[in-house]
Design a protein around this ligand. Structure first.
Ligand code: GRF
Length: 195
């Protein structure tokens, strides 16, 4: 059985969808939800779903490598084979991404390679894009630049604000991420493209 650890920093709505998708016919199961933020809303939601949780505040460590060494230890102890970043707001160094190469994925709220980084929705609106969306990609040392595992597109409508577009994209994230996880857990890394 493939163990999946989900790293969060906030509300964890993507985490909830991933956990709920790992039903009995799924090749993977959730083994840990870890937050770098004490009190993150997703921790309570994970506990309610019966998933073991952990908090590892990065500020408690002297530097990134020390934090990442503790993170790796927690993930190994939990039996993680795949790591899903889901609103995890810490940049991971090459030391970590190389140790877990091929085993980490992330969901980013834009159609990469467009708009890596932050404020993706405001940038799509400002550019007058007709479409926006989200991308699941493998995590490498280059921020938001790893091999694409899946994308979902949504229209940008007149009058959209970053908030209204974010809400539409988030729904697409909740559709895309679980489907990509099921594929990757089944050994298939063919990118998945949803309308
Ligand atoms: C999502 O918008 C995702 O694209 C970004 O952070 C947000 C996570 O939201 N990485 P949630 O914590 O999964 O609700």
């Amino acid at each position: 059985m493939i163990g999946v650890a989900i790293l969060i920093s906030g509300g964890g709505s993507n985490m909830v969808e991933l956990v709920r998708s790992m039903t009995s016919d799924h090749p993977a199961r959730p083994v840990l939800v870890l937050s770098n933020v004490f009190g993150a809303g997703g921790l309570e939601r994970a506990r309610a779903l019966g998933v073991p949780t952990s908090v590892m505040e990065h500020s408690a460590f002297p530097n990134r490598p020390a934090f990442e060494a503790a993170l790796t230890s927690a993930l190994e102890t939990a039996g993680a084979d795949l790591i899903c970043l889901a609103g995890f707001m810490r940049v991971l160094t090459s030391g970590f991404t190389e140790r877990w190469a091929g085993q980490i994925m992330n969901i980013h709220p834009s159609l990469l390679p467009k708009y890596p980084g932050l404020r993706t929705h405001a940038r799509a609106i400002a550019a007058g894009d007709a479409e926006a969306g989200c991308t699941v990609h493998e995590v490498t040392a280059d921020l938001d630049a790893g091999p694409i595992l899946g994308q979902a597109r949504v229209p940008v409508t007149n009058g959209d604000t970053p908030q209204t577009l974010a809400a539409r994209v988030l729904k697409a994230e909740h559709r895309l991420y679980p489907q990509v996880l099921r594929r990757v857990a089944g050994g298939d890394r063919t990118p998945l493209y949803l309308g």
